[in-house]
Design a protein around this ligand. Sequence first.
Ligand code: AMP
Length: 118
Amino acid sequence: MSEESLFTRIINRELPADILYEDDQCIVINDISPQAPVHMLVIPRLPIAKLADAKHSDRALMGHLMWVAGEVARMAGVSDAFRLVVNNGKGAGQTVFHLHLHVLANKGFQDTFSEDNL
Ligand code: AMP
């Protein structure tokens, strides 16, 4: 990538964010415009633009991101009911071209999961 992504700037503390978790491979922040009561973003430090750009050698990182999603869901108290979303490409609604997993949960209202509110 020739230019730093928005999320790289957050990772480098050049922009503010609610950082909920971080390790050597990724960071988790609250989404600035939440679409559900719990809306976290799991972001690899490696600036892969989109999921389909992940390489064979990124497989362990991809697995780690999934594990972290479950871990932060537990931390947020929503491990019984949450949804993982990855928007891949502009046509699928991706706006920030630095791979991220959306972790969405209607905390306390798990029975209201639907396409309309997620
Ligand atoms: P996507 O549309 O899948 O690319 O998701 C990008 C997400 O990043 C959206 O849900 C935005 O609300 C979120 N977002 C954009 N800017 C920020 C920011 N500065 N801090 C936290 N989340 C952000």
